[in-house]
Design a protein around this ligand. Structure first.
Ligand code: CTP
Length: 413
């Protein structure tokens, strides 16, 4: 596929190098057209080297090739990232002062704008009107991500992560109407991995969680346009790019991180295996074998139930139930008291979370594996939903269910 990648003059231009890579690695032929202003952030040499194609933004370069007409005509897709307020305004009013704006006027295929600007600029009536105009003409304008902006402030206006723009671009080319990122503008906190509860400086009580499920969820949420915070306990896999990582070790640290992150999260997913108990005493020095040959005894105390606390906190705030979606995980084996689903249903009611993702575990199942099979239970009482496949596939199913629930309860403004 031939792609024209227009780069606007915003600090987020540096992220577009990764987007270009995603396009070229998928086998597409990309011509980059940077605006004059954008070359102050990323120079043309970067685009030439990464794309393998000549780079210009002048209608007077290679005039014999009539680039201002040809590039737009030939492109199967035009992506503009970051689409600044200025570029959106120029596109909406049909200006043609440089090669990129000419190309936009000549484009025959789909056009995708990935905006990035300060929140006030994004929310300004002029920008809103320009976005409406462009959408009305059939262009795809993504919702920007929410989160930390260039300065100290945060809000909607961040460039969606390159993987999310890539996913939206591919959906657009396939003619899908759902190219809009379903979690754009949402903040999701995901806990992952297994906590470690220290006994002394060298020993701990741990569990078999690999973190693969939580990381796969973070990737799926990021690709759906969300601003993702990963609360990472011990994991066997590295955290993905494009997510904010908060490293924790113990259940108590996880609790602190989760309560803090929940304050401004639209969704909290507790996929970490949090230890239910911790040693009552942690020795400052290594516990030694003693000569009297008595067996040591470890006394355990209960850890706080973070999921339960998150639900109580959410329900007690002014906005109450409905403004935040809380998702728990359950690893069940089934026993003489009931099967997996019966235990899970009881846990859902006990914890009060909105969705519970249920794994059927045995020593050979789920932990550390790449494939899994889950049932998603909803407190609203809707039919249990099954999902199975790789952890990536299952995560995509969980994230789209979350997006569905979220958009049903509080549609994006
Ligand atoms: N969880 C939590 N805080 C804990 C323990 C677990 O938030 N201290 C969360 C997990 O992240 C997961 C869910 O609660 O989302 C799992 O519930 P949990 O009660 O831990 O399940 P089990 O340990 O399997 O409980 P039980 O032994 O009662 O089956």
């Amino acid at each position: 596929m031939r792609i024209v990648l227009g780069v606007g003059g915003g600090i987020a231009a540096y992220k577009v190098a990764s987007l270009l890579r995603l396009f070229t690695e998928a086998g597409h032929n990309v011509t980059v057209i940077p605006t004059e202003a954008s070359t102050r952030f990323v120079g043309s040499a970067t685009w030439e080297a990464l794309s393998g194609n000549p780079v210009s933004n002048s209608v007077f370069d290679d005039v014999h090739q009539v680039n201002h007409v040809r590039l737009g005509h030939e492109a199967d897709l035009v992506v503009v990232a970051p689409a600044t307020a200025d570029l959106l305004a120029k596109a909406a009013t049909g200006q043609a002062g440089d090669l990129l704006t000419n190309t936009l006027l000549m484009a025959h295929g789909p056009v995708l704008f990935a905006p990035a600007m300060h929140t006030e600029m994004w929310q300004h009536a002029a920008t809103r009107a320009n976005v409406e105009t462009l959408r009305g003409r059939g262009a795809a304008v993504l919702e920007p991500a929410t989160g930390r902006l260039t300065g100290a402030d945060s809000g909607p206006g961040r460039l969606p992560e390159p993987e999310a723009i890539f996913a939206a671009a591919m959906a657009l080319v396939e003619g899908r109407q759902d190219f809009q990122l379903p979690l754009a503008g949402r903040t999701i906190t995901i806990s992952a991995g297994g906590t470690r509860e220290p006994l002394d400086p060298v020993r701990f009580l741990g569990n078999r969680s690999s973190g693969k499920q939580g990381v796969a969820l973070a990737v799926a949420a990021r690709n759906a346009g969300a601003n993702v915070r990963l609360l990472a306990a011990h994991m066997e896999v590295p955290p993905p790019a494009g997510v904010e990582v908060v490293q924790v070790e113990t259940a108590l640290q996880m609790r602190e991180a989760a309560l803090a992150a929940a304050a401004d999260s639209d969704v909290v997913i507790m996929s970490a295996a949090v230890a239910d108990f911790r040693p009552a005493e942690v020795s400052d020095t290594k516990i030694k074998k003693r000569d009297d040959r008595t067996d040591p005894v470890i006394t355990l105390v209960r850890n706080p139930d973070i999921l339960l606390e998150l639900v109580e906190l959410r329900n007690s705030t002014v906005r109450g139930e409905g403004h935040q979606l809380i998702v728990g995980f359950a690893a069940e084996t089934g026993d003489s008291d009931g099967d997996v689903l019966a235990h899970a249903e009881a846990k859902l009611q006990r914890k009060g979370c909105d969705l519970l993702v249920v794994n059927h575990v045995g020593t050979d199942k789920v932990f550390g594996q790449d494939t899994t099979s889950v049932v998603i239970l909803a407190r609203s009482g809707s039919e249990p939903q099954e999902a199975s496949g790789t952890k990536t596939e299952v995560s995509a199913a969980i994230i789209s269910r979350i997006a569905f629930e979220l958009n049903a309860v509080s549609p994006r403004a």
